[in-house]
Each structure stands twice: as structure tokens, then as C-alpha cells.
Design a protein around this ligand. Structure first.
Ligand code: DOR
Ligand code: ZN
Length: 369
């Protein structure tokens, strides 16, 4: 097989750059892996829940967070989308004005208390059929959904036959699509067969991001040795789910599934009474995605295999969000590489696949050619 891939620079359409001293380092890691642009999630503290400044104690604005990221190196990206965090204070007027100004391109639904910094989320049932979602439809602003049913516990939350995600996709997604026939939706970081099949058969206005970890690992990998750097939400699932996700991304001609790493740096991963959710894949995401495609049986050395990978990594996402794919390329080659733990002033960031008994089999040769 050809050992070198020349691919259009790619877009990470779901990532976390956070705030504070390390933002520049996280952005640099993304640039170093051939990333041409990003959708940077708004679950900062306080959340990005306003569109224009000034910031308040309760909320930052897209405008000011954007400036923080641009000054930290994101000006090298050709796309920077910051979704508005949907909170109890979000109004249809904000959506109209934000869309008109061009600053608002997406909104993010967080299930209340369902994941890192999601305590400002409002339950999905409160949004469906309401004026905010109608404003999103009218302005063709994308709704990014963290698709897990909030408030479940024990076996309702996670069991072999049911998870918070499968409940959400069987109960909530159909209701959203019915009530909002023009709404554009990205099902973020899907992890289950239920979600993959839902998105595959949904109308073209529904797409999905998939992370590297959900294409490579199952819950067994997490539990054996309690490898908590693999702990993210939604949590990695079962073999049948992994197979369905791999099938979704490797179906010839597919246009709905695209890269969104959910790379989520945590300087304190193990806490006093639990574990922060989030895997860091800054610096190694395209390599991990390539490994997953190969494990799914794709030959990246032939044209058909390269086309599948390019769709997922570099072209489907821009097409869904309505911007052109990058005119520049980056280069990867099939040669082992390593990633190191990143020491920050606040604590170590351990990227996947450190400690996962799996080496990277690909190397980024050039971030831009
Ligand atoms: O694992 C996750 N980490 N899932 C999320 O939904 C949020 C993210 C984070 O911000 O750390
Ligand atoms: Zn995320």
C-alpha cells in the first residue's frame, strides 16, 4: 500500500479549547495535526451564552471568546465556529440578531448535569416546539446536540440493553425532527448503534460527529485497568456499537458522518470522588482516525479507501456547515509515532493513546503543503 496520504486539511467540528493559560497550547496541537478550522465548544466557566459582549459574571459572549481564541493562535484557522450554549436565558431575539450579524452559526444543547460544565443546560423537552428552536429553523442555524437523556440513574443510565444515549435517540430525536421540519442538526459524538442507525436513515439535514475513541475502543478497554484517560461522555460502548459506527463512516459515498474529536483537555482527570469526562486527542486525532479506518478493513492505500477517509475527515463536515473544504493539504505517512504527556502549569494532560497499549501507526509529516 502507498505509505503516504496527501489529504485536504481537515476540520475538527467538535473540540474544546477551554480558557486560561493553556488555550494557545491546545490550539497549537490542533494546527500541528493539519487542522484547518474548528468548532470550539462553549462549555467554559462561565458558559458562552451571549452573542455580543460585554461579558458578565454569568456568561461570556461568542464575540469575546472568539477574540480570546484568535489571540491565542486560532487566527491561523480558516474557520472558527463557536456555538451558543443554550441556557434558560436564551431568547429567539438573540438567535435572530446573532444570525443577522453572522457571529452565530450554531447552538449547543447540553443535558443538564449530564457532562462537564453542563449545569446550565435546560432539558430538551423544554425546547421542543418552542420559539428558540423555531428561530434556529428560520435562520438555518445548526443545532449541535449532546444526545443523552438527562436525569437517569443506574441501569436506566447504562445497561447492555439501554443507555442514556439510546433513550434519547429513540424518544427525543424523532420528536425534534417532527416538530421542526427545517432544523439542521448535528448529533454530536454518537456512540451507539441506535444513534448511528437513526442518523443514517434521517433526512439530509441531520449529520453526526464521531470521535476517534468511539471508533477504536469499547467499554472493556476502559474498565480493564480502569484506564480513566479513556473516560469521556457519552462513555465508550459495546462491540456492536463500535461495529455500527465503523459501518457508518466506511459506507461508500456517505455524507452525514464527519470528524469531531471532542478533544477535551482536563488538567485534573481523577478527582476526589470521581473522574472528569473527556479524552485529549490534540496532536494525534487524524492518526487515530486512520487506525480506526484500517481496523474497519479500509485500505487507505487505494483510491476508494482514501476517498472514504477524506469524506469523513476533510469534506463532509464543511459541506454540512456550508463552507468550502480546505484548498490546502496536509500529509500523513504510515509509520509509527508517539505522543507525549503534556505538562501544563495546572497539571498533566495525557493524550490518547498513552497507556492504552496501542502505538500510533501513522505520523503527521507536514501540517500544511
Ligand atoms: O467527555 C466529554 N468531555 N464529554 C462532554 O460532553 C464534554 C467534554 C468536556 O468538556 O470535557
Ligand atoms: Zn464536547
Amino acid at each position: 500500500m502507498s505509505a503516504v496520504l496527501n489529504l485536504p486539511r481537515w476540520y475538527d467540528l467538535h473540540t474544546h479549547f477551554r480558557q486560561g493559560a493553556n488555550v494557545g497550547a491546545y490550539i497549537a496541537d490542533h494546527l500541528g495535526m493539519g487542522c484547518a478550522g474548528a468548532l470550539a465548544m462553549p462549555n467554559t466557566k462561565p458558559p458562552v451564552a451571549l452573542i455580543h459582549g460585554p461579558d458578565t459574571d454569568k456568561a461570556w459572549s461568542i464575540e469575546s471568546y472568539r477574540n480570546i481564541l484568535l489571540q491565542a493562535g486560532a487566527d491561523a484557522f480558516d474557520q472558527l465556529i463557536i456555538p451558543l450554549y443554550l441556557t434558560a436565558d436564551t431568547t429567539p431575539e438573540m438567535i435572530d440578531k446573532g444570525a443577522e450579524s453572522g457571529l452565530l452559526r450554531a447552538c449547543k444543547y447540553y443535558p443538564p448535569h449530564g457532562t462537564t460544565n453542563s449545569e446550565h443546560g435546560v432539558p430538551m423537552e423544554n425546547w421542543i416546539g418552542g420559539d428558540v428552536f423555531r428561530a434556529l429553523e428560520a435562520n438555518q442555524i445548526t443545532l449541535c446536540i449532546h444526545g443523552e437523556q438527562h436525569g437517569l440513574a443506574g441501569s436506566e443510565y447504562f445497561d447492555e440493553n439501554q443507555t442514556a444515549e439510546s433513550v434519547f435517540y429513540s424518544e427525543k430525536l424523532p420528536a425534534i425532527l417532527d416538530a421542526h421540519p427545517e432544523l439542521r442538526i448535528v448529533c454530536e459524538h454518537i456512540t451507539t448503534q441506535d444513534a448511528a442507525e437513526f442518523v443514517s436513515t434521517a433526512p439530509a439535514r441531520v449529520g453526526a460527529t464521531i470521535t476517534p475513541q468511539h471508533l477504536l475502543y469499547t467499554v472493556g478497554h476502559l474498565i480493564q485497568g480502569l484506564r480513566y484517560h479513556l473516560y469521556c461522555l457519552p462513555v465508550v460502548k459495546f462491540e456492536k456499537d463500535l461495529a455500527a459506527l465503523r459501518k457508518a463512516v466506511t459506507t461508500p459515498g456517505q455524507s452525514k458522518f464527519f470528524a469531531g474529536t471532542d478533544s477535551a483537555p482536563h488538567t485534573t482527570k481523577a478527582t476526589e470522588c470521581g473522574c472528569a469526562a473527556g479524552c485529549y486527542t490534540g496532536g494525534c486525532a487524524p492518526q487515530l482516525y486512520a487506525m480506526a479506518f484500517e481496523e474497519a478493513g479500509v485500505d487507505l492505500g487505494n483510491e476508494a479507501g482514501e476517498d472514504l477517509f477524506t469524506r469523513f475527515l476533510s469534506t463532509n463536515g464543511p459541506e454540512f456547515y456550508g463552507f468550502p473544504p480546505s484548498p490546502e493539504n496536509f500529509q500523513m505517512k504510515r509509520e509509527p509515532s508517539t505522543v507525549e504527556t503534556r505538562e501544563t502549569g495546572e497539571g498533566p494532560i495525557v493524550p490518547l493513546p498513552v497507556g492504552m497499549e496501542r502505538e500510533l501507526t501513522w505520523t503527521i509529516v507536514k501540517e500544511s503543503v
